[in-house]
Design a protein around this ligand. Structure first.
Ligand SMILES: NC(=O)C1=CN([C@@H]2O[C@H](COP(=O)(O)OP(=O)(O)OC[C@H]3O[C@@H](n4cnc5c(N)ncnc54)[C@H](OP(=O)(O)O)[C@@H]3O)[C@@H](O)[C@H]2O)[C@@H](O)CC1
Ligand SMILES: Nc1ncnc2c1ncn2[C@@H]1O[C@H](COP(=O)(O)OP(=O)(O)O)[C@@H](O)[C@H]1O
Ligand SMILES: [K+]
Length: 505
């Protein structure tokens, strides 16, 4: 699914109205119906409800939500902001009139005063103050209103975006001056801001209501941001021909493990094998022999000279892709070996975990990394290499810079792992959950990416598809083992099932 900027959404909205002959009032009703459906599936009409409507079309949506709620048996109090009595947009005015025609509507229209009826923690608030028409961060009475809503402890449903927040980048807003939603019901598309961890307390849970904006305009409007769903991955995964052999599916080489961290090697190896690589070699220290040959007998084991750590990363097999990092430690011998690997191999590789920690100590190594390589840092690893970041937004912006500068793909791991490409495109992942916040789950991902790369998928595709597969494997594991009980081994075990589920038509 495409993620559009506010400007693009306005344009698609305009095209829909002009070219498809749909009126803006019709679109407002579709938004309101979508919002009300979400409300009715969660709360009963006895819930005390207050609807806050601004002067623009976000307010218009809210007024029709109020109307539909009344028709569903709710008894909402409506607060309409109409400074000086003449600030309503034409649609907002029309919606106010439509609501008032019901008769007996409890409405406070804020014209000259700012008296707001008492709001309690028991209330459900419908927040239709500001949507995509927000020009500047909220100030004065608007800011006070956002704070009042937040401090009341009421449950908040925001229409389109939480009021005071921009759908795109939000560097200038202060969280406490923005309405904090429990549920945000976005119009047609999720917004970039929803995918950034710092905004999670503001956006809450989010849903999208499809209001049937022009398919043609959606297809023809270019964007750099995407939300990756099953169909996107299904389209890129190749079906295997009947006449094939393991030689057709590549040979992955993993440099993983050290004394005390051989589990990382096992997990990465299982991730690679379960995602279909033809052949896998694991280069690990000698101490890993019995662990690997027992836990993953399907993998070839290549012993390092050293007993406890990897001291040499000269590829000794005919590999088609290399992954390096899980559990290798950061001691001097391994560091030297990695430096040589980076400086000699000029094909895209996958770098994770301790490989990233080693790079963070010698950032100049970034200049030698082969273009098309994939780096898979979580926030801490990213900041260690590329500098400490004040927010998830600045981290993403920095990832864009880095990907462009070094021509590499950065997979910023987290709730919505972001695959950032050198061309400035960002792919947010839709699968995965908190059940995956368990040691070793990143190692499984390294195995999957390396496996897809080894099978001949381009770096960009391998990274995005692997992240989706990994998250879906986590979802399948969590379905059985639950939020607390899922182990990274369970995630690895479900990788094949995830791919099967994706490829099923
Ligand atoms: N996408 C779609 O297809 C559809 C979208 N729809 C909905 O429309 C929404 C967008 O509506 P919108 O354009 O009327 O803008 P909205 O957010 O209501 O705000 C405008 C008002 O706020 C004011 N204002 C702005 N900043 C301010 C500030 N800092 N401090 C104080 N005031 C400020 C501004 O004042 P003005 O700039 O005019 O002086 C104006 O009065 C969108 O989010 C969605 O909910 C659906 O209805 C139909 C289909
Ligand atoms: N709350 C979450 N929602 C979705 N995915 C998550 C969540 N927490 C962790 N993950 C995923 O789990 C993996 C954790 O990787 P990482 O932090 O490298 O763990 P480790 O180093 O222990 O292997 C990442 O792919 C990340 O996206
Ligand atoms: K809003």
């Amino acid at each position: 699914m495409k993620i559009f900027s506010t400007e693009h959404i306005r344009n698609i909205d305009r095209v829909t109205i002009e070219e498809e002959g749909v009126s803006s009032m019709e679109l407002i009703h579709r938004v309101a119906e979508g919002v009300v459906n979400e409300i009715l599936s969660r709360w009963s009409p006895s819930k005390p409800t207050m609807v806050f409507a601004g002067a623009g079309n976000n307010g218009a949506d809210a007024l029709i939500v109020a109307k539909l709620l009344i028709e569903a048996g709710f008894n909402p109090h409506v607060v309409l902001i109409n400074v000086k009595g003449d600030s309503l947009s034409p649609d907002c005015r029309a919606c106010r009139d439509e609501l008032l025609r019901l008769g007996n509507v409890a409405m406070t229209e804020i014209v000259h005063t700012s008296h707001i009826p008492t709001l309690t923690a028991d209330h459900l608030v419908i927040d239709g103050l500001f949507g995509t028409g927000l020009r500047n961060p909220l100030e004065g009475g608007y800011m006070a209103m956002a704070r009042y809503i937040n401090e009341s402890g009421a449950t908040v449903v925001s229409i389109d975006v939480p009021s005071g927040m921009y759908g795109d980048w939000n560097s200038r807003i202060l969280a406490r001056n923005v309405v904090h939603a429990d549920l945000t019901v976005a119009v047609q598309f999720p917004r970039l801001a929803f995918f950034l961890s710092d905004n999670a307390p503001i956006v809450g849970q989010w849903k999208v209501v499809d209001i049937g904006l022009s398919r043609r305009a959606i297809e023809q409007t270019p964007t750099k941001y995407f939300f990756i769903e099953k169909d996107d991955v299904r389209r890129v995964l190749k079906r295997r021909p009947d006449f094939c052999s393991k030689a057709d599916f590549g040979h992955a080489l993993l440099f993983t493990g050290c004394y005390g961290m051989m589990g990382a090697a096992v997990l990465a190896a299982r991730g690679a094998l379960r995602s279909g690589v033809g052949k896998l070699t694991v280069h690990a220290p000698r101490c890993g022999f019995s662990v690997l040959q027992t836990a993953v007998p399907e993998a070839l084991y290549l012993p390092d000279r050293n007993e406890n750590v990897i001291s040499d990363m000269t590829p000794r097999v005919n590999f088609t892709a290399i992954g390096v990092g899980p559990g290798i430690g950061t001691n001097d011998a391994t560091r030297g070996a990695l430096e040589t690997l980076i400086k000699t191999i000029k094909r895209p590789m996958v770098f994770d975990a301790d490989a990233l920690n080693i790079i963070s100590r010698t950032p100049a190594l970034m200049d030698h990394i082969a273009p098309g390589s994939i780096l898979t840092p979580h926030a801490g690893e990213f900041d260690r290499i590329f500098g400490s970041q004040a927010s998830s937004e600045t981290r993403l912006l920095r990832a864009l810079e880095v990907a462009h500068k070094y021509k590499v793909i950065i997979v910023l791991k987290g709730r919505y792992s972001a695959t950032v490409r050198p061309d400035g495109k960002i792919f947010f992942n839709s699968t995965g959950s908190a059940a995956m916040a368990t040691a070793g789950s990143g190692d499984v991902l390294t195995g999957i990416i390396t496996s897809l790369l080894a099978q001949g998928y381009k770096s960009e595709i391998a990274a995005t598809a692997a992240v989706y597969i990994h998250g879906l494997a986590g979802d399948i594991a969590a379905h059985v083992e639950g939020e607390y009980g899922s182990l990274s081994g369970d995630i690895a075990a479900c990788v094949g099932k995830a791919i099967k589920a994706i490829m099923q038509v």
